[in-house]
Design a protein around this ligand. Structure first.
Ligand SMILES: [Zn+2]
Length: 165
């Protein structure tokens, strides 16, 4: 994806107030991130580790989402495969929950997805980061990148509420 600026990212949030988007913590040194190898940028809030964020670009429009770690799941989680990049982990997958955009989200509705806890899906599909847990797949890196982008687009559509109504 192309490099994004601080103000572009803050303006792109679908599911939080403008005030919240203004205050939330972005990664330091945005210009030093490996943008060319990212399908989306995901990060944890250093001051609130149960909060995470991701931003991507669709049709040249930045789209960002606020996420929370689900406290309900905890140690009972058996899932170990990221629903976005389909990377297998041992204990490296989190259930992250996004409030829906607009009034539905303000009423408390949300959508959850199992994601790599470090939000580094883009690096896993490119073989730039390894988990040590392998599932055999015959897909090429390009096919895994396409699948990640498709899964991410599906998740964003759910956050926007564009599906199911
Ligand atoms: Zn992943």
């Amino acid at each position: 994806m192309r490099e994004l600026t601080d103000s572009e990212i803050r303006a792109a949030f679908l599911n939080c107030s403008k005030g919240e988007a203004k205050r939330l913590n972005l990664p330091r040194e945005l210009s030093e991130l490996p943008w060319v190898d990212l399908d989306f940028l995901g990060w944890r809030d250093p001051q609130a580790p149960d909060r995470a964020y991701l931003v991507t670009v669709q049709d040249d429009r930045p789209q960002a989402v606020v996420l929370r770690s689900s406290s309900a799941a905890g140690w009972q989680l058996r899932r170990s495969i990221c629903s976005l990049c389909v990377t297998a982990h041992t204990g490296g997958v989190s259930l992250l929950v996004a409030p829906l955009a607009g009034p539905a989200g303000r009423q408390g509705n949300s959508v959850g997805a199992y994601m790599c806890s470090d939000l580094a899906c883009s690096l896993y599909v490119r073989g730039l980061r390894e988990t040590g847990t392998r599932i055999h797949e015959s897909l090429t890196p390009e096919q895994r990148i396409d699948r990640l982008r498709g899964n991410l687009a599906g998740f964003l559509a759910k956050v926007r509420g564009a599906e199911g109504n």
